[in-house]
Design a protein around this ligand. Sequence first.
Ligand code: PMV
Length: 311
Amino acid sequence: TNPLVAFGAGKVILLGEHSVVYGYPAIAGPLSIGVVARGGPSRSCVLDVPVTADAAQKRMMRKAFARAAKLVGEPRVKVTLEPQLPLSAGLGSSAALAVATSRVLLQAAGQAPTAKATARLAWEMEQEFHGTPSGVDHTTSAEEKLILYRRVQSPAGVTGRARALKSPRPVSVVVALAGARSPTKLTVGALRERQALWPERYKRLFGQVGRLVTEAAQAVEAGDLEGLGDAMNVNQGLLNALGLSSPALEDMVFRLRSLGALGAKFTGAGGDGGAVIGLFPEPEPVVARLTRDGVRCFASQLAGPRVQGDN
Ligand code: PMV
C-alpha cells in the first residue's frame, strides 16, 4: 500500500477570538504552514510523538490520539508527526496536528477524509487538548478556507457552523511573534471569571465584537481592505478592554501600524505575549524589515486570488 501523508494547516483568527467561546461569530483563515502526518505500516495503532514536544504535550497527544483511534476502529498504522509551526504559539498547532492525524487515521481505516469527517474526528482530539474549545481552530484547519465561524450549543452537544468568505482581493497578513505566550486556558479562564462577576458589562463588549465581525465579513466580500483593517483595529481596542492585552502585544500592534498595516491586532489567546497580525496589501517588504530587526515573523495569504510569489 502507498504511504499515507496528510497535512493540517495552522490558523490565524482575523477577528473575534474569545467572544467566539460565548457564541459570537469569528473570522479565521488557514496558514500555508501547519503539521504533516505520515502513516506507516505497524502491527498496532500507534503515535510517534514529535521530539520537539515537552513531556506534558506528549502525554496529551497520546491521549488525544487514543481517543480518535478508538473511534475509527484502531487501524494498524504508525502515525509520525512533523510540525512546521512553533507549538503553542497561538497559531493553531494543536488543531493542525489533530486535522493531519485525523486524515491519516481515516484513510488507514478505509474512510474518505472529507472536510466534514476530518473536522468531526479532529474535534474529539481538540477536546483532549483544550477542554472546551470554541472549535474555530480545527474547523478552519479542516476547511482550509477563510471562514465566518460560530459555535452552536445544541442538546446534542457543541458544534460549529462555518461559511466560507470569498474575497475579490488578496487578504494577506504578517504574523509576528511578540514575547512569551500565555496558555490559552489561563486567559480564557480569567475572562470567564470577570464576565461572571459583571455579566452585563462583558456581554455588551462581546456583542460589540460580534457586530464588528459581521461588518468585517461584509468588508472581506466587498474587497474593502480598509474597512476590514479598521474593524481589526477596533477589535484590538475591545480585546484590550476585555483585559486580554499586554505591553508586549500592544508594542507589536503599534509597530505593525507604523509600518503601514491597514489593521493590526493580536490573534488567539492574548495575555503576556504571542502572535500579532497586521493586514498588509504587500506583506513581503514588511517581513524583510521586521526580520532584519530580529522579529520572528512570516507572511500568509488567507483568502482572495493567489498572488504569485506569496505563500
Ligand atoms: O489557542 P489559541 O491561541 O489559538 O486561541 C484560541 C482562541 C480562543 O478564542 C481564545 C479560544 C477558543 O477556543 O476559541
